[in-house]
Design a protein around this ligand. Structure first.
Ligand code: KG4
Ligand code: ZN
Length: 361
C-alpha cells in the first residue's frame, strides 16, 4: 500500500447531534494529518428534552452544515478542487441527519467532479486509531458510544469479526439514562463522570450483568433499572447522588473489563501474535474507563490505543480518514448510494452502490 500517494479528503458527519466537517490528508495505514476539524454541537437545542430529538437534529444540520463545511475548507486553506474525494457518514444513525450530510456530500462531489465515498459511522470510529497512530491490522476493538456497544476483531477496511454486542442498552445510553434518573443534564456521560469523582463507589452494590459468561455480549439495562429502584425508593436522599453515580460507573467498569478480557482470550487464539486493543466511541472519553482498560491491557499483555477525547466523540476527521482508507483501496460510491438508519458493521464492506476499483494505468 506504500506506493499509493497521499489522499486529501473532506469528511461530513451528521448522524446524531454534531454537525461536523473536516479535511484530512494521509495514506494507509496512517497516521494521517488533520488539516481542519470543525464540530458544531447541538447540545443546547436538545438539552431541554433530555436527549436528542431527531427532527430538531435534522433541521439544525440543514441550517449549520454549509457554514461548517466552508469553515473546514477555510481552516485547511483549501478549495474543493484540492480534494481527492468527498466522504460522508451514510449510516447508521438518525435518518434525517444522515440524509442531510450524504446529500450535501453528493452535491459537493458532483459540483467539484470528485468521487463520493459513503462511510459507515462505526467504521469511522473503528479506524480512528489508524488516523492517530497508524495502528496496524488486526486489532481488537471495543466500540462504546451512545448507540453502540460491541467488541470486534478488525482485520482490515470493511473486514470485521463480531465477538459480542449489547443485547439491550449501549454503554453511553446507560450513562445518559442513569444521568436523567439522577437529574443530571444531557449528555449524561461527562456529568456522571464528574459527579462520580466525589462519590463512594462501594455505597450501592449494583448488579454486574453477564459477568463471567462465555462470549463477549453485554447487557446493561438491568443496571439502569437498579438505579431507578434506588432513586424511587423511600430511603433515597439527594445527598447520595454522587455515591450512586460512582457506584454506577464502577459497575460499568467491571462489566467492560470482564467482557473485554473474554474477547481478548478469543482474539489471542484467532490472531496469534497480534496484541493491540483499541477503544473508540464517545464513552472512551471517560478517564476512569480509560484508566481501567489500560490496567487490563497491561495485565493481559495488550498494547492499548485510545484516541484523544475530541476524536472519540463524534467528529468528521474520523469520517474523512475512513474516506482516505477507502480511497486508497479504490473503493468509491455511486451518487445513488442510499442513507441507512441501520447498517451493522459486519456489512460495512457491502456498500451496495460500490463502484469497482478502476484498473491502474
Ligand atoms: O460516539 P458518540 O459521540 O455518539 C454516538 O455515536 O453515539 O457518543 C456519545 C455518547 C453519549 O452517550 C455520551 O453520554 C457518552 O458518549 N459520553 C461519555 C463521556 N463522554 C461522552 N460517557 C461516559 N463518560 C464520558 N466522559
Ligand atoms: Zn459515534
Amino acid at each position: 500500500m506504500d506506493c499509493v500517494r497521499a489522499f486529501t479528503v473532506l469528511g461530513l458527519e451528521t448522524s446524531c447531534d454534531e454537525t461536523a466537517a473536516a479535511v484530512v490528508r494521509g495514506r494507509t495505514p496512517g497516521p494521517g494529518e488533520i488539516l481542519s476539524n470543525v464540530v458544531l454541537s447541538q447540545i443546547d437545542e436538545h438539552q431541554p428534552y433530555g436527549g436528542v430529538v431527531p427532527e430538531i437534529a435534522a433541521r439544525a444540520h440543514v441550517e449549520a452544515l454549509d457554514a461548517v463545511v466552508e469553515q473546514a475548507l477555510a481552516d485547511a486553506g483549501m478549495g474543493l478542487a484540492d480534494l481527492d474525494a468527498v466522504a460522508a457518514t451514510a449510516g447508521p444513525g438518525l435518518i434525517g441527519g444522515v440524509m442531510v450530510g450524504l446529500t450535501t456530500a453528493k452535491a459537493l462531489a458532483l459540483a467539484a467532479g470528485k468521487p463520493l465515498i459513503a462511510i459507515n459511522h462505526l467504521e469511522a470510529h473503528a479506524l480512528t486509531a489508524r488516523l492517530t497512530d497508524g495502528t496496524e491490522f488486526p486489532f481488537l476493538l471495543l466500540l462504546i458510544s451512545g448507540g453502540h456497544c460491541q467488541l470486534l476483531a478488525v482485520e482490515g477496511v470493511g473486514r470485521f469479526r463480531l465477538y459480542g454486542a449489547t443485547i439491550d442498552d449501549a454503554v453511553g445510553e446507560a450513562f445518559d439514562k442513569t444521568a436523567k434518573l439522577l437529574g443530571l443534564p444531557y449528555p449524561g456521560g461527562p456529568n456522571i463522570e464528574a459527579l462520580a469523582r466525589t462519590g463512594n463507589a462501594r455505597r450501592f452494590p449494583l448488579p454486574r450483568p453477564m459477568l463471567g459468561r462465555d462470549g463477549a455480549d453485554f447487557s446493561l439495562s438491568g443496571l439502569k433499572t437498579a438505579v431507578r429502584q434506588i432513586v424511587r425508593g423511600e430511603n433515597w436522599d439527594e445527598a447520595m447522588r454522587a455515591d450512586l453515580a460512582a457506584s454506577f460507573q464502577a459497575a460499568v467498569l467491571d462489566v467492560l473489563i470482564d467482557r473485554s478480557a473474554s474477547a481478548m482470550t478469543r482474539f489471542r487464539a484467532e490472531f496469534p501474535g497480534a496484541h493491540t486493543f483499541v477503544v473508540a466511541g464517545g464513552v472512551a472519553a471517560n478517564s476512569a474507563i480509560r484508566n481501567a482498560l489500560s490496567e487490563l491491557c497491561a495485565h493481559e499483555g495488550f498494547a492499548i490505543k485510545i484516541p484523544p477525547p475530541r476524536l472519540c466523540t463524534d467528529n468528521a476527521a474520523m469520517v474523512a480518514w475512513a474516506g482516505v482508507e477507502h480511497g486508497q483501496l479504490g473503493l468509491f460510491d455511486a451518487l445513488t448510494v442510499a442513507p441507512r438508519a441501520r447498517w451493522p458493521l459486519q456489512d460495512a464492506a457491502a456498500g451496495g452502490s460500490r463502484i469497482p476499483a478502476r484498473p491502474k494505468s
